[in-house]
Write a protein that binds this ligand. Structure first.
Ligand code: HEM
Length: 239
């Protein structure tokens, strides 16, 4: 039986997502190679290996900066061109939270993913709550909890990176540069922690496979949309 497919992502938003993912991977790998402090470096062979690949530390830093500027510049351009059509609706969506419904989603979904539907029923009966996983909109609350720090963390990472680049030309205050280094490291670490869960949920968790495929095709099967994003599907059908 053929499934009805529902439009979920535009070609441009798919392109921006994979452009973002590609830049992040490159920046993480090269950024890790720039850490020469033995107390901080978890993989001591990595900086030496990357310096050999790039032909020296100067080239490695230059490549990191160039991709960083391309990444931030690409998003700045996208943000300006698609402010009303993409950026504002996205920001509105990720900040739309129904505390009771979404908190219950986190609890029930967490139990279902770790223990399964059967034990979710047992736990719900014991603690006297409804085992039905509450309906969600275009993004579920788990995705929103990642998307907010990913977007705003990205801005902090770009801004602190620019301060560090300016420091090379002597155009930045030493105190600002020291703060920028600390903030850059901590923010990358925090977003990276969320990214591990995001990538697991998006590409390894079996039930989320249609969302992963939609990041290439732009569409999801109607059944998937009803099961995972019913509030969005209802709105979609009305429009
Ligand atoms: C390379 C590995 C990655 C994979 C496999 C992946 C996969 C996905 C998928 C399948 C979606 C669509 C979810 C849906 O339609 O419901 C998505 C959305 C999204 N991705 Fe990724 N992604 C990756 C990397 C990244 C990176 C590096 C970032 C940013 C740091 C990122 C940020 C987002 C955001 C903000 C969304 C929208 C909200 C959300 O679904 O959490 N992704 N990703």
């Amino acid at each position: 039986m053929t499934q009805t497919l529902i439009h979920r992502h535009t070609r441009l938003s798919i392109f921006m997502h994979w452009f973002n993912a590609g830049c992040w991977i490159f920046l993480l790998l090269t950024g890790l190679g720039l850490i020469r402090n033995d107390d901080l470096q978890p993989f001591p062979f990595w900086p030496t290996m990357l310096r050999t690949v790039f032909g020296g530390g100067g080239n490695l830093l230059l490549a990191h900066e160039l991709i960083g500027i391309t990444w931030a510049g690409g998003f700045l351009l996208y943000g300006i061109i698609r402010l009303k059509s993409d950026v504002f609706p996205f920001i509105r969506d990720i900040f739309t939270v129904d505390i009771r419904r979404d908190f219950l989603w986190l609890i029930t979904k967490g139990i279902q993913m770790t223990l399964g539907y059967k034990l979710l029923g047992v736990v719900a009966e014991k603690f006297d709550f409804n085992p039905k996983i509450p309906d969600q909109g275009f993004y579920n609350i788990g995705q929103k909890i990642f998307a907010i720090p990913a977007v705003f963390g990205g801005m902090v990472i770009a801004a602190s990176g620019i301060v560090m680049i300016l420091s090379q030309t002597g155009n930045a205050d030493t105190e600002w540069v020291q703060w920028a280094i600390v903030i850059h490291f901590i923010t990358v670490g925090l977003v990276f922690a969320g990214l591990l869960i995001h990538v697991f949920m998006a590409s390894i968790a079996a039930g989320e496979k249609p969302a992963f495929i939609s990041m290439f095709t732009g569409t999801v099967p109607e059944d998937y949309a009803r099961h995972h994003h019913k509030l969005w599907l209802d709105e979609f059908k009305k429009s």
